[in-house]
Write a protein that binds this ligand. Structure first.
Ligand code: ADP
Ligand code: GLC
Length: 477
């Protein structure tokens, strides 16, 4: 049995802004299911929600401050959660990273450095719990200082750093290094310094014993200038300690046969009921309730990563076709306004909901005929996997985890029953539109379309294989 300390800034269902939470909520459960002792450590944000009981665990002193640690569990699992409780840093309403206007909280460096420092104390068995992990598994820049600080400790546990997104690096002015009491041994160009800035992510990339990212294709892409954001050289240098392990999905939460957010359940054997969800979705978005009109869905952060500019550019052309399009998301104000303007212009074809809504996300996966995910880059992506499980073949751009999890529908793959979606290469509105037209053609042949749906639903996206790969990695360390 391995003891694993899992460090993260979000975990579903406690707190979620995106896929990081899905992964950090479900991978620890999969590891616990394989009989490992796993504890998760996360800030006690005001918005953090749990039905499980929360108890006071202990207090520690860090940088002359008193920090409380509370203990709870991930709902419906044996995974213990340690909450870093420091109200001056975490007790604000809303999003963990940004204020209502989308601006980063001004003290983010201090907030996440504190998470890292508490994780280091826990990792070194200095919080009075008689528990020392074998491995500390860190996720994204918010946890990057953990491997850096642990590299200075005697007999520290091994560290794994998982990159969920290279575009977010945790860069702060160099003066922040003093503010955070970064030891001088870490402050140089081969350490935490990056172009005269303090880089949290470099803490993970330089000092972790092993680096993973969330798909094999993204592991290669980030070693190139296009996807590496200036860190491709470092990643290439470390490439014998760098690998891609594809994310799994929570097969219970995302199961059309028992989804708590759906009133009409269905499965591959009873696919007809999917139509009832389509009708509900059309109704919900105020579109004509008509089973014969192909309905496309999109859920996501409205940022450039997700190819929202391609969608905006395509929508006027899409509106000329016999289809409907629904979108749920929030993000860049400019994208929100452009999408709203298009929905106002073509109310019979395009309907959007701006905001975050878990239940509606499930209904879109269930009710849409096809899911759009034209990402410019995508470390893994979860919605394309949810879509396939829901018999909603996705249209994806061939990048990162999208390339690794969706099989394009071509004559050969249709014949050998592996086709599970539509894949296109170029990040251009023209290529996206062509993929949508190809989808419409496949959709117009019910026999072929249903076969693609069946292929997609039969795929195994469970965590089991990937959790085993993480365990093999922990063992090798
Ligand atoms: P990323 O982490 O880059 O945002 P992923 O595809 O990995 O992308 O995961 C996104 C997760 O967040 C999915 O579970 C998706 O359903 C969810 N999500 C994104 N935006 C919304 C929204 N507006 N409402 C509900 N769920 C959302
Ligand atoms: C990031 C990536 C996304 C990935 C998720 C979970 O948010 O953008 O592609 O699925 O992390 O690993």
């Amino acid at each position: 049995m391995k003891k694993i300390l899992f460090v993260t800034s979000e975990a579903h269902p406690l707190i979620k802004t995106g896929g990081l939470a899905d992964v950090c909520g479900s991978l620890p459960k999969a590891l616990a299911d394989l009989s490992h002792d796993i504890k998760l450590i996360i800030p006690n944000y005001q918005a953090l929600k749990t039905d499980a009981s929360v108890r006071y665990l202990c207090s520690i002193r860090i940088d002359n401050r008193n920090i409380n640690i509370l203990e709870t569990r991930l709902p419906d699992s044996p995974v213990v959660v340690w909450l870093v409780d420091y109200p001056a840093y975490y007790n604000y309403p809303g999003n963990p990273y940004v204020d209502e206007l989308g601006e980063p909280w001004p003290n983010n460096a201090e907030r996440f450095a504190l998470l890292c420092k508490v994780a280091v104390e826990a990792a070194m068995n200095r919080i009075g719990q008689d528990w020392q992990p074998d491995v500390v598994h860190c996720n994204d820049w918010q946890t990057g200082l953990v491997p850096a600080f642990l590299s200075l400790e005697y007999a520290a546990p091994k560290t794994v750093f998982t990159i969920h997104n290279m575009a977010y690096q945790g860069l702060f002015p160099a003066s922040t290094a003093n503010l955070l009491n970064i030891p001088s041994q870490l402050w140089h160009l081969d350490g935490l310094e990056f172009h005269d800035m303090l880089s949290f992510i470099k803490g993970g990339l330089v000092y972790a014993n092993y680096i993973t990212t969330v798909s094999p294709t993204y592991a290669l892409e980030i070693q190139t200038a296009e996807y590496g954001y200036g860190l491709e050289g470092l990643l290439e240098h470390r490439n014998t300690s760098l690998g891609g392990i594809i994310n799994g999905i929570d097969m219970e939460q995302w199961d059309p046969a028992s989804d708590v957010y759906l009133s009409e359940h269905y499965s591959a054997a009873k696919l007809n009921n999917k139509q009832l969800n389509k009708a509900r979705l059309q109704e919900r978005f105020g579109l004509a309730v008509d089973a014969s009109i192909p309905l496309f869905g999109l859920i996501g952060r409205l940022v450039e990563q997700k190819g929202i500019d391609l969608i905006v550019a395509c929508l006027p052309e899409m509106a000329k076709l016999n289809l409907q399009f629904v979108l749920l998301g929030s993000g860049d104000k400019a994208f929100e306004q452009q999408l709203q303007a298009l929905a106002d212009l073509y109310p019979e074809k395009i309907a959007i909901t701006l905001g975050y809504n878990e239940g509606l996300a499930h209904l879109i996966e269930a009710g849409a005929d096809s899911f759009l995910m034209p990402s410019r880059f995508e470390p893994c992506g979860l919605n394309q996997m949810y879509s396939q499980r829901y018999g909603t073949p996705p249209i994806v751009r061939s990048t990162g985890g999208l390339a690794d999890t969706v099989t394009d529908s071509m004559p050969e793959t249709i014949a050998d029953k592996t086709a599970s979606g539509i894949v296109f290469a170029e990040a251009s509105p023209g290529a996206l539109l062509e993929a949508i037209k190809r989808c419409l053609l496949l959709y117009s042949d019910p026999e072929i379309w249903q076969q693609i749906q069946q292929n997609a639903m039969a795929k195994d996206f469970s965590w089991l294989q990937s959790a085993k790969q993480y365990l093999a990695l922990y063992d090798n360390l």
